[in-house]
Design a protein around this ligand. Structure first.
Ligand code: BTN
Length: 245
């Protein structure tokens, strides 16, 4: 990964750039990095705060041999890779909150947004979008964030060198992706479950006006959250905001 590396000082969104490059035929492993994003995209149509110089904004083009409904497996793969990169860079052990938030001490330090282009039965390409708060200070977070946020600097007290972190992250991503293409989703799911903060615990999932509550029973092969209902049935949840109770 990263043999073709596109770096820009400013862009709307590295995900949108990578998407266009992939549409024009960019090879698997193409990486887009930006110093600053003017319209960083978050999950569920939200904004991703992307000030200059302090964080990592990165998007990777992948072309996996997968049916479209299994493409979410790559989000879980990237969450594991980001968790490992944070661990090797800082010694801290992040936890993953379903589906794709990385937390340190209960605060969000990184988020993932994958976008896909699919024909009917095969994935054309997937863009792995990764935002990691590296050196952001308290006063740089907007006051109206939905959930508390942090950065590696705030958690460790020392600044992280962005290039070094990016190299680390791409190495972990490549390792996970190779393992995934050889051994499938099983090992990724096991690692993801180990990093997950909610396994076996009671969670509340808000899906617009609906809320479901119950023990978190893992993730399905398409990334759906599995929840055990009072009658023992397993409910599959594809999208929502999770709180561990
Ligand atoms: C989320 O937690 O809501 C997902 C945030 C994803 C942010 C990254 S930053 C790099 C890439 N480009 C974007 O516009 N978004 C992702």
């Amino acid at each position: 990964l990263g043999r073709r590396l596109v770096c820009c000082s400013e862009t709307a969104s590295t995900n949108s750039d990578a998407f266009h490059l992939a549409e024009e035929g960019a090879e698997e492993g193409t990486v887009v990095l930006a110093d600053r994003q003017l319209a960083g995209k978050g999950r569920l149509g939200r904004r991703w705060e992307s000030p200059a110089g302090v964080n990592l904004y990165c998007s990777v083009v992948l072309r996996p041999e997968l049916p479209p409904y299994e493409a979410p497996q790559l989000t879980f793969l990237s969450a594991v890779a980001v968790a490992r990169a944070i661990h090797t860079s800082t010694g801290l052990q992040p936890v993953i909150k379903w589906p794709n938030d990385l937390l340190l001490n209960g605060r969000k330090v990184a988020g993932l947004l994958n976008e896909m282009n699919a024909e009917t039965d095969r994935v054309g390409f997937v863009i792995l979008g990764i935002g990691v708060n590296l050196n952001m200070r308290e006063d740089q977070f907007p006051p109206d964030l939905r959930s508390p946020a942090t950065s590696l600097l705030l958690e460790t007290g020392s600044a992280v060198v962005r290039q070094a972190f990016a190299v680390n992250l791409l190495r972990e991503l490549e390792r996970e992706y190779l393992r995934f293409t050889q051994n499938g989703f099983g090992p990724v799911r096991e690692d993801w479950t180990r990093y997950c903060n909610a396994f076996g615990r009671e969670v509340r999932v808000e899906m617009g006006p609906h809320t479901l509550q119950g023990p978190f029973a893992g993730i399905d092969h398409d990334g759906a959250l599995l929840m055990t209902l009072p009658d023992g049935r397993i409910e599959r949840i594809l999208s929502g905001d999770v709180t561990v109770i």
